[in-house]
Design a protein around this ligand. Sequence first.
Ligand code: SF4
Length: 252
Amino acid sequence: MLRFEDIVFGPVHSRRLGSSLGVNLLPPGGKLCNFDCIYCECGWNRDGQGGGRMPDEASVRAAMQARFPVLAEEGIRVDSITFSGNGEPTLNPDFAAIIDTTIEMRDRYFPDASISVLSNATMTFRPDVLAALKKVDNPILKIDAPTDAGARIVNRPSAGYHVADIVRNLSAFGGDFVLQTMFLRGAGCDPADAGWLGGWMEIVEKLHPREVMVYTIDRETPEKGLEKLSAEEMERLVRPLADKGFNIQIRG
Ligand code: SF4
């Protein structure tokens, strides 16, 4: 499973984001998330949170200060500074301050780079998290299932998660965000199921994100027996939305 030891890692090549310099706001070597997705590349929560703590703003600033000027001086291309790492970045209590620091560092060392945050959107009820996500170039926010029952299968969220709450919070973006959805088959999930697909499409139509990123499993998953969907099938499933003019990117 994929777990990071450093606050700043990479850059790694991402098909979506180009040369992506990662930032991990979770403890090193473990996983910390309020979801426990059956496809999570970091494994199950029960496999451990690692020994350390979440880095505070000062530690993130120091890590960026140690790496960014070196990479810039070496002429290493950075297209995106990307918050991903060992779990859900917005759980870090300093998330909003860290975004301000990142904007400052990006402007100084990689002025052409975007800032991207991959998030499960659960903390968007907090005004500081919502405001910070609105400041970044690419808030990439996850809704995998159209119902709470579906989310309990695919995302296994901690108590209190309701898809309707997330949809309401995301409407505050006025469509200026990227919606990310995993399409996989197995364990009771099937994006081709008429109810599942129709419910998801209703959410997309309601939120009207500037981009919808549909992807499927790519690496080993903690839950066994999950099936990847082909790019052709995903394209076929989302075609009614594409025909209506939605910007849908498929990652097969
Ligand atoms: S939200 Fe992301 S980090 Fe959290 S369990 Fe799901 S895939 Fe893993």
